[in-house]
Design a protein around this ligand. Sequence first.
Ligand code: GLU
Length: 324
Amino acid sequence: MKRFGALALVVVLAAALAAPSELAAQQRRLVTIASGWVVGVYYPLAGAMSRIAYKAKDLNVRATVESSGASVANAQLIGTGDADFALLQNDIAYYAASGRTLGAFKDKPVKNMGGIFTIYPELVHIVAASSANVKSVRDLKGKRVVLGPQGSGTEQNALQILEAYGIKEADLAKAERIDAAAAGDQLKDGRVDAAFFTTGLGSAVIVDAFISGRVTLVSVGGAEGDAIRKAYPFYTLEKIPANTYKGQESVVTTPAVMAMMVARAELPEDLVYRFTKAIFDDLKQFHAAHAAAKHLTLETALNGMPIKLHPGAEKFYKEKGVLK
Ligand code: GLU
């Protein structure tokens, strides 16, 4: 008891002695941004948003960035109120909000997720160890494959793509769910034959894997590409241009979705309005976070938006005339 009393006194004294600016900082509302892989694109983007939010004069928040498996986990964190903002894929956001398609959300839709903006295409990078001699997704049968991190959108995309080729998880020698950095390392030293990563072009984990000179990319196109778009309409087919990565000699076609930002519906309209405004007022800093971030513009911010907007974001777009 005594020690508690002393501790409380120290805290009170410290508060009394704190400079006014420090006091203001203490009053900042703490919010969390659920991001993704430290070696991916969400994480640096969330970091940039946190810095922009901190600097914004009329937005008194301190945003902490959490790394995670990503999309599926992030939707769940919004649902339980454990995250205030999150980055995730637009396909997963739709499945989460509607309770459709994915087992993770059946009978437990995430009702409290409000859209803020969509940002850039995330392409399914199917990276194979050169030694594994994988020329087509079909060749993954009997191989050791990383489907994606636990709780990722990637894992779902991997299962959907394998399905289009008639491959079930049981047809693989090993199906792993491990974090993206570990997947990159295991590809480089041939401990796994292939790994899926749904992420922006130039994602650090892919850049790094190609620097090893020991990996290749696998295409998804033709009849299977069409089938997958029909079965899961969020996909578009995009190209990874030759030489996007070191030693990547030919262009690769692959399904893609959009990265997007959401907020918990319970967050005050004014806070989300100011947050959204702060990002668009400082697009330069946002764009500097990663090449993929440059896709964010006011004109394209609602392309592929699969869920209803957070009222704060809606107010911002109306004010800008982007929405009627
Ligand atoms: N889209 C990825 C996923 O949900 C995360 C990508 C990233 O962190 O850059 O699986």
